[in-house]
Design a protein around this ligand. Structure first.
Ligand code: TRP
Length: 332
């Protein structure tokens, strides 16, 4: 039986960070053996969040290097840049025909983002239509995403249903959301979701001393003020991060020693920083290779775009036919 097809995307904001890794990339790497995977750097989405034209090209390449560094494998998966495949924006435009504005206005991400503008760009509203096009263009069966994308996936399913009903075809399957088990990864500030723009994270290619410099600043149990105060691991974000990098036996020790104030926060953070550095070491090595061979990265993205276009072209022929846009063929 053919393997199920998975599609996912990430915005190009440069080198990936700890939150991207735990929330998405780690899972993507694991999925490569089980699914036919298509991974996309969504630069057309980035323009809706005011990306700087002078920085976007570098950010695209840096994210591609991060993809390869974490172990996304171009032999197994299709890795490409969204704007290299113009069918994404074409399909998004066509989906305008079946997407109610009310549905778009109900998206919580839209409501959050819209607050930041005096005059809201249409791209912020239409963002989920392009996302639906990304996924449906490849007739993906499943989409690994964070919890915050659940609503966009529901809308994607809705668009698939509506298009199929309106144009009398079963072209688009309703893709299933695969929500990461990592949950929401809180930033080192312990206040907001990890994100590069909030500066509460650390790059996956950071050197050990940089990792320590960042982890050192992490907020722990606010009630543990003095070294002699017992701590509460269950409310400590550093303890939460240990779950991803530290062996269970050591975690059990830290839990016990924190509660009895036998270990201080600084020591606990040192263990975390070391373990993160250890986990990221092979990624730094792979990144060093790709950074010094940017032509290899370009070739991988070119090849990925060609493979993506082959699938996208097939879908678009069918879509255009069903929507009456293949008028020459229809009139013959
Ligand atoms: N909106 C997604 C995010 O912010 C990125 C994205 C764009 C995406 N297109 C996608 C994710 C398609 C999954 C599938 O994380």
């Amino acid at each position: 039986m053919a393997r199920k097809r998975v599609f996912s995307g990430m915005q190009p904001s440069g080198e990936a960070h700890l939150g991207n890794y735990l929330g998405a990339l780690k899972r993507w790497v694991e999925m490569q053996d089980e699914y036919e995977c298509i991974f996309c750097i969504v630069d057309d989405h980035a323009i809706t969040s005011g990306s700087d034209p002078a920085e976007l090209p570098r950010n695209i390449l840096d994210l591609a290097v991060s993809f390869l560094a974490v172990g996304l494998d171009p032999e197994k998966s299709t890795i490409f840049v969204q704007s290299d495949v113009p069918e994404h924006t074409e399909l998004a435009w066509l989906f305008n025909a079946v997407t109610p504005v009310g549905d778009l206005e109900r998206m919580t991400q839209y409501k959050d983002k819209a607050q930041r503008f005096e005059s809201v760009p249409a791209g912020i509203l239409n963002y989920p239509i392009l996302q639906a096009a990304d996924i449906l263009l490849y007739r993906a069966d499943a989409v690994p995403v964070g919890e915050d994308q659940r609503q966009h996936l529901e809308l994607t399913r809705e668009i698939a249903r509506k298009w199929n009903a309106a144009y009398g075809a079963d072209l688009f399957p309703e893709p299933e959301a695969i929500i990461g088990r990592a949950g929401r990864i809180m930033g080192l500030d312990g206040e907001a979701k990890m994100s590069k723009s909030l500066g509460n994270t650390v790059g996956i290619l950071a050197k050990p001393d940089e990792i320590w410099a960042r982890v050192r600043t992490a907020v722990t149990d606010p009630q543990r003020v003095r070294r002699s105060d017992p701590g509460r691991p269950e409310v400590c974000n550093v303890f939460a991060l240990h779950q991803h990098f530290t062996p269970p036996s050591v975690i059990a020790e830290i839990d016990e020693q924190c509660r009895t104030a036998a270990i201080g926060c600084v020591d606990c953070k040192k263990i975390l920083a070391e373990n993160i550095a250890g986990a990221f070491a092979p990624m730094r090595e792979r990144a060093a290779h790709y950074r010094s061979h940017p032509d290899e990265v370009r070739a991988i993205l070119d090849d990925g775009a060609a493979r993506a276009r082959a699938i996208a072209g097939e879908t678009m022929r069918e879509v255009r036919m069903r929507m009456g846009l293949e008028w020459r063929v229809a009139l013959d």
